[in-house]
Design a protein. Structure first.
Lengths: 181, 336
């Protein structure tokens, strides 16, 4: 499977050079193709649009500071997604608040799809950050194992194993919740 | 579970539309070097800041200063707020800023995953910064008003050091689970300090409009916690002592972290609104109980992570006792 991230072409290399020299607009242009994916990742991890936007914003500043660490010829997207994921890990928030945001109005019988969605969101908040991260990368961002591996800095085989383990961990939590509803 | 079903369910559950203009906001902030998080407030790079942003900030500062001057001239202070700047308090603020800047400066090495080679250096940088801060606090005469918060900061610094110390050994031994726990704990502690520092600095947004409002805010949650009537939106501490046993460790740790965040908010509300002199003694007592509850939560998370069920159960019990004591005190304080 081809990695679909932004490979540094000449135009990107120019933007990187300008960004490293302190040009914020150049850095923002560099991030533009990855911004939506980054926002979806943060949204999937945090389940809150406001917090997701803030997290990506902070990740952008962090990425800018660390732009010197990005090797020429390497892929921007996994590198930036890794920073976004790291930023989301440090966001402290009330998980119950975001879980209940998706709940139907009181007294209204939930549609089965909506109830399943709430179960899944709640279950995701009950597992660890790393497990949630691989599941969101795989099943929400639809990334191939190769790109998940690049984001996490591991081998594709290890990425596959992590995803499988996370699914294994998620399953019983969802079953318990389903029984409790 | 079938892969196709997983893809469908994740998309159904998580799909959300970003706010319009999100990218443009990010672009503006990056272009103008406007950081959203207040932690950068202590190390602003004025030279790098766009002139118009600097002008807006200067105007805002002048407006706030003018407003404060008018208020000072027309209103008497309420409660035990100092009528003049307390040099000891100002020195404590300066110390906190300096140590916090040292703490944030430690964040220049990347450590996200067990494969990252810079984890040990990153953890050591944090340990050094945490120790420096802790040592400075020990050597300083804490302003009496901040005694409870100061104790909490020391406890969380100790906890942060312990988590950071666990990162490198677990990475070397390849213990992913223990490494993940240490990382989560270290990240959690890093974020805990922000509100405390901003409160000391005076830049934390107001939690309550008055001392009584701050008490009522705390009372609502504490009563529900004591009565075990969990409201899913705002009473996370109700989960502890009633639901924590028997659920998985990670969920329980999450409850504890959420409860600790709430306790911190209650304390900030009290500190932003000095108590009337008639309630000053009771206020100190209440702050002490909130700090004790926070310490019990730290014990709880430590016990959960080390798999010590007996210690965890004891910490839960102690937490509930501290919350009950705080609830009783608030009841006395708000009674007519």
């Amino acid at each position: 499977v081809a990695i679909t991230g932004t490979l540094f072409q000449q135009a990107d290399a120019d933007l990187v050079r300008l960004a490293r020299a302190g040009d914020g607009a150049a850095f923002a242009d560099l991030l533009r193709p990855e911004y939506r994916t980054a926002l979806r990742l943060a949204g999937g991890l945090l389940q809150d649009a406001d917090e997701a936007e803030d997290a990506v914003q902070e990740a952008a500043f962090t990425a800018w500071r660390r732009l010197g660490n990005l090797r020429e010829g390497s892929t921007l997207r996994p590198w930036f997604l890794g920073i976004v994921a790291n930023q989301c890990r440090s966001v402290r928030r009330d998980r119950w608040r975001s879980v209940t945001k998706g709940a139907p109005p009181e007294g209204e019988a939930p549609m089965s799809d909506a109830a399943e969605s709430i179960d899944l969101r709640r279950a995701l908040l009950r597992i660890g950050h790393d497990e949630r991260l691989v599941l969101v990368l795989r099943y929400y961002l639809d990334l191939p194992f190769e790109e998940i591996a690049s984001t996490l800095g591991i081998s594709p085989k290890a990425a596959r194993t992590r995803v499988e383990r996370a699914v294994h961990r998620l399953k019983p939590i969802m079953q318990v919740q389903g029984a409790a509803v | 579970m079938d892969e196709k079903i997983l893809f469908d369910r994740f998309h159904e559950a998580l799909e959300m539309e970003p706010h319009s203009g999100a990218y443009e906001r990010m672009r503006f902030n990056v272009t103008n070097h406007v950081a959203r998080k207040p932690r950068l407030a202590f190390r602003m790079n004025w030279a790098a800041m766009a002139p118009r942003v600097a002008a807006v900030l200067v105007a805002a500062v002048l407006a706030i200063a003018l407003g404060a001057a008018i208020l000072t001239a027309t209103h008497k202070f309420v409660g035990n707020a100092p009528a003049a700047p307390d040099p000891n308090f100002q020195a404590y603020q300066a110390l906190t800023k300096a140590d916090y800047n040292g703490f944030t400066a430690a964040d220049n090495l990347s450590c996200n995953f067990i494969e990252d080679t810079t984890c040990e250096a990153a953890a050591n940088a944090y340990i050094a910064a945490d120790r420096q801060w802790y040592g400075d606090l020990i050597a300083f005469k804490t302003p009496p008003r901040l005694a409870a918060l100061d104790g909490m900061i020391r406890a969380h610094l100790t906890d942060a050091i312990a988590y950071n110390k666990a990162i490198a050994p677990n990475q070397k031994s390849g213990n992913k689970k223990a490494f993940g726990i240490a990382m989560d704990g270290a990240f959690y502690e890093r974020s805990w300090f922000d509100p405390a520092v901003f409160l000391i600095d005076g830049s934390y947004p107001r939690v309550a409009g008055s001392y009584r409002d701050a008490l009522m805010l705390a009372k609502q949650s504490l009563v529900n916690c004591v009565n075990g009537t969990p409201g899913p939106a705002d009473i996370a501490c109700a989960n502890i002592g009633f639901q924590c046993q028997g659920v998985d460790v990670q969920a329980c740790i999450t409850y504890a972290h959420t409860a600790a965040a709430q306790l911190q908010t209650f304390l900030i509300g009290l500190l932003q609104n000095p108590a009337p002199s008639t309630l000053a003694a009771k206020d100190r007592e209440l702050q002490g109980e909130l700090a004790q509850a926070d310490a019990d939560l730290l014990s709880l998370t430590d016990a959960l992570q080390s798999g010590d069920a007996t210690k965890a159960a004891l910490a839960e019990d102690l937490f509930v006792l501290a919350v009950r004591a705080a609830d009783v005190d608030i009841g006395v304080m708000v009674s007519p």
